[in-house]
Each structure stands twice: as structure tokens, then as C-alpha cells.
Design a protein around this ligand. Structure first.
Ligand code: BES
Ligand code: MN
Ligand code: ZN
Length: 498
């Protein structure tokens, strides 16, 4: 899908289909209808009268206007109430539009952007959000159909802008939106691939190929190196698997970047069976998505590289599956993490925090300016916030501020939960330093408290994305399936990071 913009008169537009955003009901909220020849605007007004077109978000209507214009078809797409326009309604406009056009054989579609389709003063935001919506809304994973049937979509969208607008800043947003959505769709692919396809080695290969393509470094530690580093928790979680663990290290250094990196850490469990503490069969298939944090980190590094952000960024991914077998680790086992702390394993299904313990310990060696880990860590995060929001934990004001602002810009919700010291009490072990579960109460908070044992004094934030990794009821630009949550949030955070 290609994007471009143009400042031109309606009468000069030549396209297969012209898409037209309209606000809800009030004619005064749609003054741009007057830009059209009277016959066309009368036709739309009549459709409004009969409520066939009402401007409600999600409602689209295809209208044949005939050949006297430079376009045969007009696609009228509702964007909701004018007063409620924001980043996300523009994204939804894109998503709804592309769903509406799906299957129609328009090669080129122009989108008529009225002056009123504006939030704030930055024009690049509008184009970024619209492109995000168009690309995210058209996502499908077709790889696993023997006869893939992709419904046709326009190959090109041309935005028609008001003549007072600055095309350069609008076009800058087209590029950003394209890269953001690309990253999120990459993450969706990784999550959607089943674990017999996306093994830890495959994930490492993907990271390496991204690094080659987009100009960053990628090194993958072998099992022998992981042993030498004493990442005993990664090794324990991996002990039940045939395939060795992979520890993926991605390094991107942008122009004028500071010496010390921001370090992203992603949980990369390619399949979580629970191990010896086996999960129940129902919905276990969803645990192919237990590398959603890793997918977010991999894609966010690639996005940073493609955007050429002026930052020093390292992405760390401990990758393995979590399986039961004769060689698997067991409840009661005591592990010594890379930083020397001892952990009593009470439940082999609390494996995410174990591999993160070693990855966070490794991160400290890089003397990072900040560490952010992203992980599908606890079912308790779903209990706490529902399938609506991730849970944020942080020990640092700057990280909190920038992550919340990234969350607002991306409309990927997050909500802060506490890192109180009482939760440390809950995970004290009688025989080792700490234990890997704190029981049912505040399961997400005790998991975060556990991780806090491996972050030293560094500014650190933890995003528990267990609830938002998979979309169960689809939205305008969020089709059912892997969400790719976090790529936009983290990338917006990185764009603001100084
Ligand atoms: N990967 C799961 C968490 C999860 C649950 C992610 C549902 C997505 C959807 C994690 O490894 C896990 O099993 N956590 C346990 C921890 C418990 C044993 C302390 C959980 O949440 O039940
Ligand atoms: Mn688990
Ligand atoms: Zn898990």
C-alpha cells in the first residue's frame, strides 16, 4: 500500500474512488460537503436525511456518482462526533475505511481531507494516525492457508489536502505512520506464528534478518555462552525442550546518540505449556503468543532503526519454550540467577519472571539509562484490568511520564500498579532468597516485585501485557488475533526520549 498527498481542486481529482470522511448528523459539522458539485452534495444530503449516511463512527456507504467527475465512486465514511475527534478516531477512520473498501477492485483511492479533520496543530499527526489505521486495519496472516485469498485492497491512497495545509509536515506523518504500522504488523505476525514454526531459533533468524535489512546489529548468544554467563534461570526453563535457548541482543545506535543505552527486554517464551506445573488444555493454544513481549521489543528496535531515531538502543530477548519432559525443571528446584540471587521454584508455570531475571541481570552490565521490560507475565493482569489495558510498574518519574505520554499518543492503554515493599515480603522464601510465586493475591504486583530483584538501582519500567496480547473482539483497526500491542507505545516513548 502506497501513500501520497496532493493539494488540488476537487474538479481536478482523478481516481477510481474518492473517500470522504463525514461527521455525525449536523450539517453544520460537514461544511466540506459544499465543496462538491451541487448534484453530489444534494445526493449526500438526501442520504443523511434518510439516515443511510449518518456520520456515525464505523458507518460507511458507497455511492456511484458517475463519470462527469474525476471519480466514479464516492465512499462516505463516518468519523463520529466532531467534538470527539482525536488520535484514535482518525486511526479508526482509516481502519473502517479500508475494511469498507476490502474486496472492491479500486486500484487508486483518494481521501478528501477537510480542514475540520484536525487534532492539535501538528499536521503530521493526522497523516500518521490515518495511515496507521489503514495499514493496521488491513492486516491478515495468510501464511497458513494452503490457498491464500487476500481480498483486494487499493494499492494507493492519495490524500487530498486543504490548500492552506503544509504538505511537507503532512507527508512526514505518512512515513512515520507507515513505519509504526509496519512494526506492529511485524509483531502481529510473530505472535500469530505457531510455536512449531516460530521456534526460538526462528525468532533469532528474524531478528538477524531485520538487523541486516534496517541497519542495526544483532548478536545471538548460543547455549554454551548462556551457560558461561550463568544464566541458570534461562537454562532451567529451557531444560525440558529439544531446542536450545537463544539470547538475542539487538543494538541500534542512532545519530548523536548518548553513550549509555535504553535497554528493552522482551519475554520470549515461544510456547508456554506451564512445564511440569502443566496448564489446563482449554486455551493452551493461546500460549503460542507468550512471546508478545519479545515481538514488541524486536519490532520496536526495527522501528527505531527505520525512523533513524537519535538514540542508543539495545533490545534483549531471552527465547525458549517452556515444556515438561524428563529433563524439565521441577517445582522445588532452587536456581541461582545470573546476579547471584537464589530462587525457589514453586511453580514452573511462573517461568517468564525467571528468564527475565537473567535478562534484567544482563541488562545491568550495559549500565543503561533505563530498562523497560515487556512481558505477557501474569493472568492476574487480566483479572486486574480486563482485556483493556496493560499494567505498568516503574521506579522512575521520567519513565512514568514518557510511557504514559506514549500510551496516550498511541492509544495503547496502560495503567500503573504499585511496587510496594510489602510485595517483597510475599515472595520471600524460607529456603532460598526469593520464590517464584507469591500466591493468588496481587499476582501482577508480586511478579513485578520479583523482577525488581534483578534491576539494581537503574530506572526501570515493566509492562505486563498478558491481557492485551491477543484481541478477542475486533475493533476498527484491531482485527481479532494477535494485537501487536506495545510497538506503538514503546516507539512513541522512544521518539520522545532524550
Ligand atoms: N504466560 C503466562 C501468563 C499469561 C496468562 C499470559 C494468560 C497470557 C494470558 C505466565 O507464564 C503464567 O503462566 N503465569 C502464571 C503465574 C502463576 C503460576 C504464579 C499465571 O498467571 O497463572
Ligand atoms: Mn507460564
Ligand atoms: Zn508464560
Amino acid at each position: 500500500m502506497k501513500f501520497d498527498s496532493q493539494i488540488t481542486k476537487l474538479s481536478k481529482i482523478k481516481t477510481d474512488c474518492l473517500a470522504l470522511p463525514v461527521f455525525e448528523s449536523a450539517p453544520k459539522d460537514n461544511p466540506h460537503l459544499k465543496d462538491f458539485p451541487k448534484a453530489v452534495s444534494d445526493q449526500i444530503a438526501a442520504l443523511f436525511k434518510s439516515d443511510v449516511v449518518n456520520g456515525k463512527e464505523g458507518k460507511g456507504y458507497l455511492l456511484k456518482v458517475g463519470g462527469k467527475h474525476g471519480f466514479e465512486y464516492l465512499y462516505v465514511q463516518g468519523v463520529g462526533k466532531k467534538g470527539e475527534l482525536n488520535h484514535d478516531t482518525i486511526r479508526k477512520f482509516g481502519g473502517n475505511l479500508v475494511s469498507g473498501l476490502k474486496g472492491m477492485k479500486f486500484k487508486n483511492t483518494a481521501i478528501y481531507i477537510p480542514k475540520s479533520l484536525k487534532v492539535g496543530s501538528d499536521l503530521s499527526v493526522i497523516s500518521q494516525m490515518a495511515v496507521e489505521g489503514l495499514l493496521l486495519g488491513s492486516y491478515e496472516l495468510l501464511k497458513y492457508k494452503s490457498k491464500p485469498t487476500q481480498k483486494s485492497l487499493p494499492a494507493k491512497f492519495n490524500f487530498i489536502l486543504p490548500d492552506s495545509w503544509d504538505k511537507r509536515s503532512f507527508n512526514a506523518g505518512l512515513k512515520v505512520g507507515e513505519i509504526m504500522a509496519w512494526g506492529q504488523n511485524l509483531s502481529r505476525d510473530l505472535i500469530g506464528h505457531p510455536s512449531n514454526y516460530l521456534t526460538p531459533i526462528e525468532m533469532a533468524k528474524t531478528a538477524k534478518s531485520m538487523a541486516r535489512k534496517y541497519g542495526f546489529k544483532c548478536e545471538v548468544l548460543t547455549k554454551a555462552q548462556i551457560q558461561r554467563l550463568k544464566m541458570n534461570c534461562v537454562l532451567a526453563v529451557n531444560a525440558g525442550s529439544k531446542e536450545p535457548p537463544q539470547f538475542i541482543i539487538m543494538k541500534y545506535k542512532g545519530p548523536r546518540s548518548k553513550e549509555n543505552p535504553v535497554c528493552l527486554v522482551g519475554k520470549g517464551i515461544t510456547f508456554d505449556s506451564g512445564g511440569i506445573s502443566l496448564k489446563k488444555a482449554q486455551d493452551m493454544d493461546q500460549m503460542k503468543g507468550d512471546m508478545g513481549g519479545a515481538a514488541c521489543v524486536l519490532a520496536s528496535v526495527a522501528v527505531a532503526a527505520r525512523l533513524k531515531l537519535p538514540i542508543n538502543l539495545v533490545g534483549l530477548i531471552p527465547a525458549t519454550d517452556n515444556l515438561p519432559s524428563g529433563s524439565a525443571y521441577k517445582p522445588g528446584d532452587i536456581l541461582t540467577a545470573m546476579n547471584g540471587k537464589t530462587i525457589e521454584v514453586l511453580n514452573t508455570d511462573a517461568e517468564g519472571r525467571l528468564i527475565l531475571a537473567d535478562a534484567l541481570s544482563y541488562a545491568q552490565r550495559l549500565k543503561p539509562e533505563a530498562i523497560i521490560d515487556v512481558a505477557t507475565l501474569t493472568g492476574a493482569a487480566i483479572v486486574a484490568l480486563g482485556y483493556v489495558s496493560s499494567a505498568l510498574f516503574t521506579n522512575d518519574d521520567k519513565l512514568r511520564k514518557l510511557l504514559i505520554s506514549g500510551s496516550e499518543k498511541s492509544s495503547e492503554k496502560t495503567w500503573e500498579l504499585p511496587l510496594w515493599k510489602e510485595y517483597q515480603e510475599q515472595i520471600k522464601s524460607s529456603i532460598a532468597d526469593i520464590k517464584n510465586t507469591g500466591g493468588r493475591p496481587a499476582g501482577s504486583c508480586t511478579a513485578a516485585a520479583f523482577l525488581n530483584n534483578f534491576t539494581g538501582k537503574y530506572p526501570w519500567a515493566h509492562l505486563d501485557i498478558a491481557a492485551v496480547d491477543i484481541v478477542f473482539s475486533g475493533g476498527a483497526y484491531t482485527p481479532k488475533g494477535p494485537s501487536g500491542y506495545g510497538v506503538r507505545l514503546v516507539s512513541e516513548f522512544l521518539r520522545e526520549w532524550k
